[in-house]
Design a protein around this ligand. Structure first.
Ligand SMILES: [Zn+2]
Length: 222
């Protein structure tokens, strides 16, 4: 029996308890559509099913991630579209594993319609779909933060040490090092329990993590 927390989200507590990706999406879209974050979230979901993706799909997801960061040019995006589509056509044959088909679709959506990618990434896990959706909900919270409460990052906390650690985490994809960033933030004078708690106790963190992004001013609000 599923222990997913499904249903309408009307409070901050609902947001933190929910595993209902569709309902969480609705809450986020009511506030504003952030294409960069949706694409980073889609890529994070696809990286979790990496063993199920062929080389074409992997390359497409890598380009989708670069696209989210404004690093992929039109030629690369065209390449990703071609590769992802080609992978779907190859795998979408009678008798092929439904999980592998869903995985190829997840990579395809990461480049063409990122907001639907997670759905296929979860289905790709077959019997593990409910468990995967729980992880995906955590990933979504990491990338989009709490839509019910804005977090203020005091400029005084952006010390050279804090920024160096955040940049290192971002550039080297070492998001497991967030607790180190939490210590540096506390040393810089941060006593915000939400921020320190996110750095020290929340996992997983992925590219697009609201705290690292916020410190590196990779968000519109800076
Ligand atoms: Zn995070």
């Amino acid at each position: 029996m599923s222990d997913l927390h499904l249903g309408p989200i009307t409070t901050e507590q609902d947001w933190f308890n929910s595993n209902d990706l569709e309902e969480m999406s609705r809450v986020l879209d009511e506030r504003s559509y952030d294409s960069r974050r949706w694409q980073l979230f889609a890529c994070a979901c696809c990286w979790r099913i990496l063993p199920m993706l062929d080389e074409r799909s992997r390359r497409a997801v890598a380009i989708a991630e670069r696209h989210a960061e404004g690093l992929a040019d039109a030629e690369e995006v065209e390449e990703a579209l071609h590769l992802a589509h080609s992978a779907v056509l190859t795998i979408w044959q009678p008798g092929t594993s439904a999980s592998l088909q869903s995985a190829a679709m997840a990579a395809h959506y990461a480049i063409v319609l990122p907001q639907r990618s997670y759905h296929y990434a979860a289905r790709a896990t077959g019997g593990g779909e409910d468990a995967e959706r729980r992880v995906q909900a955590d990933l979504l919270r990491d990338v989009f933060a709490n839509p019910y409460r804005a977090v203020h990052l005091d400029p005084a906390w952006r010390t050279p040490t804090v920024l160096a650690i955040a940049a290192d985490i971002y550039q080297n994809d070492t998001f497991a090092e967030l607790p180190v960033l939490g210590d540096a933030l506390e040393d810089a004078g941060c006593d915000d329990p939400i921020i320190l708690g996110h750095a020290r106790h929340t996992c997983p963190h992925v590219r697009g993590c609201w705290l690292v992004d916020g410190l590196l001013a990779r968000t519109l609000e800076g």
